[in-house]
Design a binder for this molecule. Structure first.
Ligand SMILES: Nc1ncnc2c1ncn2[C@@H]1O[C@H](COP(=O)(O)OP(=O)(O)OP(=O)(O)O)[C@@H](O)[C@H]1O
Length: 745
């Protein structure tokens, strides 16, 4: 019986691949034809041809991408579908046969929901669910669940496709996160399919799949709201570059390439910050009071001179009175425009007044000055050296970089703005000109840019014109897509990004990433407990509609500027307007390791989010004492070798004070198979400090000097908890000389 069923599924899946191949060949033929067409020289017809070509290219690459695991599930329905079939196959993309009858349903389609959420208690119209495990293009195993409460005990309904799930979970790690479409669990699916609008907070302990769920949600939203999100884009924010490297294959494997991934240090275009400030500095720069300081700083760069100034214009002398400057400033400010754009108005106002003054002066002396002469006079005034100096002294054009750099490098100016601060507090910001910007400077640059506006105000008009052109191109592309009958498979946005000769030839993602003022249709924030109030301000500006998925674990908060409760973080920003979902099952960490990490956390006074582990490990958690620093290094190396020999990835997580000697020892012993920081993620052994390990996972983990980790990190107990929960198989602690095993172990 089982064999017949397996044979049947093999045949069905082979049929799906045959259809996939024929669709791809068909699209390739169409593409060749379109490319050969001679469309003459005008922009409109070329852009239409490009639209067709791009649509076919997108479709071809989508059909190529799916490669393996095209289909992974089947629902048996109680009542046949509208098309008369009682079987519904679920896969990575949707496929139809020549008569447009459905063959395979995209996992994100509404009718696929039952595959993830049906239980014996609520079967959602399904009689049974089948998981197909494939290897290459072949089905190698099937696993059935029947939704008949008389056939199942209570426990049986808890995990879906348990065999497929456990197989996925026990696979060795590769240093890159993989998609989980075939084994998404019901509580995760509810989060993934939650409504687009509003702020959704997903709270869960380590390993509960928050990151996986957040990324699948991004793919789900793009599929479900393609029209809306295709043009505005989705932003995914993660804590570090290492983390982005870890997750960056997931969305492309789900067929979604239009998502902008950004670390907190990359949120301001043009700056790639990786440097972290000392905790006290980061905490100050991240605090909300910095917004007020930046505002005061910008305002203070508009200065009314104290005394009259004499200006020389082509031999004529004019007196510039402080009141004239003050009036022109007040008028410019009334416009409510950002600083640099306001300056343009200010300059115009001053020039008008000075032209009037000069005209009167000349007329008093008997000259006749008509309107044409006045225009020349105005130009003379505008270009006169004295006038330029006077205007710049009163209101100098500024870039955000210059403003922030000056704020740190000019102690007197900072003091004049922060009279109420202590000297020590001001000292925290002190830095020389030319210093590299840090991750916590990024929100300050963005805040400044918001207040300053475009440095070249003419750019704003150019940008508006480009946007209008892009809107027209998108309309054309939509028509083209409708005409060619591939509606729903490719977006007009991706088509437009293929246009060779328009200003809009970038993808939405590329355009969004390079435009600071871009507003996204949805923002996903991972490890969100780490964000400072200033970082939140940047993200809120990027989503005026407040459509967010915020995932994290407040118990893992470890940065100095982060918060320990969602309410405390979010209520000052968005009040009560957010909804909470919780994830409760730990898919990463075996129960022995979870227990050990939780006991240590409790003993350190940390409240952790409890989760139920679905796995166990054959390895007990060990804690080895060492007598000298040299032995600590030797024992770490020995463990790393043992772990590497059993296959998979290894992380050595150590306090900063120990990483230099460990890096040397690992390099000597493992050569190119070991690396520190981001470089280590593609090697067998990675050496990391606890903040770098955030969000990542490895088959085996050595935590070096737990006491050192607690002592050297801000919120040290939390840093140790993060370090201890990174392993999927084996966890070993190596204690430094004289160090007691962590309390609670
Ligand atoms: N439904 C699932 N099927 C298969 N694997 C899963 C599933 N859910 C989670 N996983 C796996 O469990 C591991 C942990 O997931 P993830 O990194 O998303 O957890 P997290 O909650 O973000 O953890 P942390 O808080 O420690 O960053 C990953 O390897 C992920 O692929």
């Amino acid at each position: 019986m089982a064999d017949t069923e397996l044979a049947r599924e093999r045949e069905y899946v082979a049929g799906l691949y045959a259809r996939l191949d024929s669709l791809r060949e068909e699209a390739e033929r169409e593409l060749t034809t379109v490319r050969r067409e001679d469309v003459g020289g005008n922009h409109q017809s070329r852009s239409e041809r490009d639209a067709y070509a791009r649509a076919y290219e997108d479709r071809i690459s989508q059909l190529r991408e799916v490669g393996e695991r095209l289909a992974f599930g089947r629902l048996e329905l109680i009542d046949p579908d509208a098309d008369g079939s009682d079987l519904r196959y679920i896969g990575r993309i949707g496929l139809r046969d020549e008569n447009l009858e459905p063959l395979l349903l995209d996992w994100r389609a509404p009718q696929a929901r039952a595959f993830y959420q049906a239980t014996a208690a609520t079967p959602l119209g399904a009689r049974a669910r089948r998981h197909l495990t494939t290897k290459g293009r072949d089905v190698v195993r099937i696993e059935d669940e029947v939704f008949d409460s008389t056939l199942l005990d209570e426990e049986g309904t808890q995990l879906q496709g348990e065999g497929a799930l456990l197989a996925a979970l026990s696979a060795q790690r590769t240093g890159q996160m993989h998609d989980i479409v075939s084994t998404i669990q019901a509580e995760q699916d509810r989060v993934i399919r939650s409504d687009l609008s509003g702020v959704l907070v997903v709270q869960g302990g380590p390993g509960t799949g928050k990151t996986a769920v957040a990324l699948h949600r991004a793919a789900y939203l793009l599929y479900t709201y393609r029209e809306r999100l295709g043009s505005s884009g989705v932003l995914v924010v993660g804590p570090s570059r290492a983390f982005l490297q870890y997750i960056n294959a997931v969305l492309p494997s789900l067929g979604e390439t239009g998502v902008v991934l950004s670390s907190l240090g990359q949120l301001y275009p043009g700056v790639e910050a990786t440097l972290e400030d000392a905790p006290a500095v980061a905490a100050l720069k991240g605090s909300a009071e910095m917004a007020a300081l930046v505002k005061r700083a910008v305002r203070s760069r508009q200065r009314v001179p104290e005394a009259d100034q004499t200006l020389e214009i082509n031999g004529e002398k004019l007196v510039l009175q402080p009141s004239l400057i003050a009036d022109a400033m007040a008028k410019a400010r009334e416009s409510g425009k950002p600083y640099n754009e306001g300056r343009v108005l200010f300059v115009k106002n001053v020039l008008t007044q000075l032209t009037k003054q000069l005209t009167e002066q000349l007329r008093r002396r008997g000259s006749t000055v008509d309107e044409a002469d006045q225009a020349y006079l105005r130009e003379d005034i505008r270009t006169a050296y004295d006038v330029r100096v006077a205007l710049n002294t009163a209101w100098i054009p500024l870039t955000p970089e210059k403003l922030i750099e000056d704020l740190y490098a000019r102690p007197q100016w900072l003091t004049s703005l922060t009279g109420h601060w202590s000297k020590a507090k001001r000292e925290l910001l002190r830095r020389d000109r030319g210093s590299e910007f840090t991750v916590s400077d990024v929100p300050l640059l963005d805040e400044s840019a918001e207040l300053l506006g475009d440095y070249e105000p003419g750019d704003a008009a150019k940008k508006r014109a480009e946007k209008a052109q892009r809107r027209r191109d998108i309309e054309n592309a939509k028509n083209a897509i409708r005409n060619m009958g591939v509606d729903g498979m490719v977006s007009a946005e991706s088509v437009v990004s293929g246009f060779a000769e328009t200003t809009a030839s970038l993808t939405t993602a590329e355009r969004a990433a390079s435009d600071r003022s871009w507003t996204y249709g949805h923002i996903v924030v991972d490890e969100a407990q780490e964000l400072s109030p200033m970082q939140w301000r940047v993200l809120l500006r990027k989503s005026p509609l407040r459509s967010f998925t915020i995932v994290g674990d407040v118990a893992q908060a470890s940065s100095a500027a982060s918060s320990t409760s969602w309410d405390a973080t979010l209520s000052p920003l968005i009040g009560e307007n957010w909804r909470l979902e919780e994830l409760t099952v730990n898919y990463r960490t075996p129960s022995q390791i979870v227990d050990a990490a939780e006991r240590v956390a409790h003993a350190n006074g940390l409240t952790v989010t409890r989760s139920r582990s679905v796995r166990t490990t054959e390895w007990p958690v060990s804690a080895d004492e060492t007598t000298t620093d040299a032995r600590l290094v030797d024992r770490t190396l020995q463990l790393a070798h043992e772990m590497a020999a059993s296959g998979g990835t290894v992380a050595v997580i150590a306090p900063a004070s120990r990483t230099a000697e460990l890096a040397d020892a690992l390099a000597e012993s493992f050569g190119n198979d070991a690396g520190a920081g981001v470089a280590g993620l593609s090697r067998t052994v990675a050496l990391l400090e606890p903040p770098e390990a955030k969000g990542l996972e490895f088959d085996s983990v050595v935590v070096v000097s737990p006491a050192g980790i607690v002592a050297e990190n801000t919120r040290g107990a939390s840093a140790l908890y993060v370090a201890m929960t990174r392993s999927t198989q084996r966890l070993a602690l190596v204690l430094s000389p004289g160090e007691e095993p962590p309390a609670g172990l």
